[in-house]
Design a binder for this molecule. Structure first.
Ligand SMILES: NC(=O)c1ccc[n+]([C@@H]2O[C@H](COP(=O)([O-])OP(=O)(O)OC[C@H]3O[C@@H](n4cnc5c(N)ncnc54)[C@H](OP(=O)(O)O)[C@@H]3O)[C@@H](O)[C@H]2O)c1
Length: 293
């Protein structure tokens, strides 16, 4: 397939581009800067200049492709307003690409987080939360899945809190950054809350499998580690950085505090069985050993 991808220079997207190219697909990647264009060209993809706000570019890119994978997100958690702007930008981008695919029966793979299910690992059948600081992202993803009724083979890969590679990425990566800046490897509450995780190279395979095989309107869990206690994650970070490990107030994490404090393990049993996906790369706790002081 000739695949149009957004976010192809990111931690996850660069792994997805390599996975697609390594499996006989060609890739056109949205690139919003010279640096990003050079990166995707060096990876073997064709750059399509534009950003998430360039809706005509997105419609055109999606309309010309045999399939679309969406991963770009501004990831601006600096304030509730900045996060809301990023969510609105992404929602409009998803709607524009979806519009271009209506009636084509082509695959459109987007991403979301895994949901939370009280007291147990969430499954592919659990609904996404539509409230909270990133509830708008869930609504946009549900809009994509609803396109199944309008001739789009839409699917969503639900990503765990940490998608990592070489010790970087996701919420564990944010904890590392905060630890470097504050001098304390912190965690909210008692740290017993569990976060799921996956290696970027493993989840890249799942994006390809969803593109190739996922039935319309389906959601999948890109989860390798069902849930590590956040204090165990903080303990590895603290040891690698030579910093004390301790609980810190939830409010100090800003809009992310409420998400950081939640117990949110997730299962991928159905995904593994139905799509034949099997993660093989290092677990989060092993990969965090790559953190350098
Ligand atoms: N990493 C995780 O642990 C994790 C966990 C759950 C969900 N996710 C989600 O998975 C997706 C990819 O995550 P990631 O970790 O790979 O992100 P990342 O490394 O921060 O990469 C973000 C990508 O989005 C692009 N981008 C950002 N804003 C853009 C804009 N306005 N226009 C065009 N491109 C834009 C960036 O392009 P440039 O190279 O030009 O900056 C980059 O390719 C995001 O939706 C993220 O929320 C990630």
């Amino acid at each position: 397939m000739n695949v149009f991808i957004t976010g192809g220079t990111g931690l996850i997207g660069s792994a997805v581009v390599a996975e697609l190219l390594g499996n006989g697909h060609t890739v056109v990647a949205l690139a919003r800067s010279d640096t990003s264009a050079a990166a995707v060209e060096a990876a073997g993809a064709t750059a399509c200049r534009g950003g998430l706000a360039d809706l005509d570019v997105l419609r055109d890119g999606a309309g010309r492709a045999d399939g679309v994978i969406h991963l770009a997100f501004a990831n601006d958690f600096s304030s509730p307003e900045a996060l809301a702007r990023a969510v609105a930008e992404e929602s409009a981008a998803l709607a524009a690409m979806g519009e271009a695919l209506i009636g084509s029966e082509r695959p459109f793979v987007t991403c979301s987080g895994t949901p939370v299910a009280a007291g147990r690992p969430s499954t592919e059948d659990d609904p996404l939360p539509t409230d909270g600081p990133v509830g708008g992202r869930s609504r946009a993803v549900m809009g994509v899945l609803d396109l199944a009724a309008r001739g789009v083979r839409s699917s969503a890969v639900r990503l765990p809190r940490t998608v990592h590679n070489n010790g970087n990425g996701g919420f564990a990566g944010l904890l590392t950054l905060i630890a470097r800046n504050s001098g304390v490897s912190g965690y909210p509450g008692d740290g017993a809350q569990r976060w799921p995780a996956v290696h970027a190279l493993d989840v890249a395979v799942l994006f390809r499998l969803a593109l190739e095989h996922a039935p319309a309107g389906t959601a999948w869990h890109g989860v390798a580690d069902e849930g590590d206690a956040v204090r165990d994650i903080a303990a590895v970070i603290g040891r690698r950085l030579g910093l004390p490990v301790q609980s810190v107030p939830t409010e100090s994490y800003g809009p992310l505090g409420v998400i950081f404090a939640a117990d949110q393990p997730a299962s991928s049993a159905h995904t593994r069985e139905a799509l034949g996906w099997e993660p093989t790369h290092p677990s989060l706790l092993d990969d965090l050993e790559n953190i350098q002081p």
